[in-house]
Design a protein around this ligand. Structure first.
Ligand code: HEM
Ligand SMILES: *[C@@H]1O[C@H](CO)[C@@H](O)[C@H](O)[C@H]1NC(C)=O
Ligand SMILES: *[C@@H]1O[C@H](CO)[C@@H](O)[C@H](O)[C@H]1NC(C)=O
Length: 325
């Protein structure tokens, strides 16, 4: 039979149509219009809390951006990081990359309260974190973009995942690439997303080895940082220094300028400009802030797409710190 009959052709088309429907419902994707009808007020609610939090403390924009990164790298962007420990539940907050360092949870609580007032039970904590991270970047002078939403919240967290998936500041370039590749992110994404370090602070314990022991660091800069970070581990561990030397509360391309002048604060930062494969990308961001902004936004959207819970998976938590009863 050379050609299917009309009837057979339409049943083949119907089968293909049903298969394609099945395909979309098992792997729903995020979209920028997910709350267009169910909660159009979510954006103003998040923005106004972020504006007052940042007016109170500029660093908060950085802290919330980092929460989003640390959430997404552990079982996807599912708000697993926001769950509190209980006697019977070990979450991610005390894992090494987060303990004593992840901050801003009370701002997320305040946003959740504001959003619940506008549309109760509709917006996930995972989406709130994604929107708040974007708003922090914008408020501090960075690029704007439409955030894809439709994530739901996990009922689980992973202490080991937080310890194993989030790159430590001692990482080499090769290690940084493998942590990001494990999340489906490229070297290009990694270098662009690291530009988040144009805002925020780090603790002495995380940069001590770099300022005392590394050679790819400007000598005067190392000395300056040593004055605020004692050599002996255990003393001054929590002393803070800006990740971007001059302007840690402004989101621009100065982080990459720091790297080119060997003034990266973390060992991992300076790895991006150390005679290797990523030097050219760093230099391109020094000469074009708009290239950095465009590639940072692309990286944020890609990071926000990591393993979301959608459809009927997970839940919309009432309180971001605990799963619903
Ligand atoms: C490339 C691998 C990365 C490493 C090794 C790394 C490591 C670190 C470390 C050690 C700190 C300081 C934490 C402390 O001392 O308390 C930090 C801070 C920060 N990180 Fe990263 N990070 C990386 C990528 C990222 C990404 C992809 C983002 C977001 C897109 C990000 C956003 C931030 C922000 C905004 C801060 C400052 C937070 C604050 O001031 O509260 N980092 N990072
Ligand atoms: C987290 O930090 C606190 C305070 O420094 C410490 O007592 C605790 O042992 C740490 N938790 C873990 C799991 O390392
Ligand atoms: C520097 O390296 C030496 C030799 O490996 C080590 O003993 C020392 O603890 C390091 N110092 C810092 C501040 O990391």
């Amino acid at each position: 039979m050379a050609y299917a009959s009309g009837a057979m052709r339409s049943s083949i088309i119907a089968v293909i149509f049903l298969l394609s429907l099945a395909g979309t419902s098992s792997a729903q994707s995020l979209s920028t219009s997910f709350y267009s009808n169910s909660c159009p007020g979510v954006y103003d609610a998040v923005k106004s809390v972020m504006e007052s939090a940042i007016a109170k403390e500029k660093r908060m924009g950085a802290s919330i951006l980092r929460l989003f990164f640390h959430d997404c790298f552990v079982q996807g962007c599912d708000a697993s990081l926001l769950l509190d420990d209980t006697p019977s539940f070990r979450g991610e907050k005390t894992a090494a990359p987060n303990n004593g360092s992840a901050r801003g949870f009370e701002v997320i609580d305040a946003i959740k309260t504001a959003v619940e007032k506008v549309c109760p039970g509709v917006v996930s904590c995972a989406d709130i974190l994604a929107i708040a991270a974007r708003d922090g970047v914008v408020i501090l002078g960075g690029p704007n973009w439409d955030v894809k939403v439709g994530r739901r919240d996990s009922t689980t967290a992973s202490f080991n995942g937080a310890n194993n998936n989030i790159p430590p500041p001692t990482s080499s370039l090769a290690n940084l690439n493998s942590y990001f590749a494990a999340q489906g992110l490229s070297q290009k994404d990694m270098v662009a997303l690291s530009g988040a370090h144009t805002i925020g602070l780090a603790r002495c314990t995380n940069y001590r080895a770099h300022i005392y022991n590394d050679t790819n660091i400007d000598a005067a800069f190392a000395k300056k940082r040593q004055s605020g970070c004692p050599k002996t581990s255990g003393s001054g561990d929590n002393n803070l220094a800006p990740l971007d030397l001059q302007t840690p509360t402004v989101f621009e391309n100065n982080y990459y300028k720091d790297l080119v002048s060997k003034k990266g604060l973390l060992h991992s930062d300076q790895e991006l400009f150390n005679g290797g494969a990523t030097d050219a990308q760093v230099e391109s961001y020094v000469s074009s802030q708009s290239a950095f902004f465009a590639e940072f936004v692309a990286g944020m959207i890609k990071m926000g797409d990591i393993s979301p819970l959608t459809g009927s998976h997970g839940q919309v938590r009432k309180n971001c710190r605990r799963v619903n009863n």
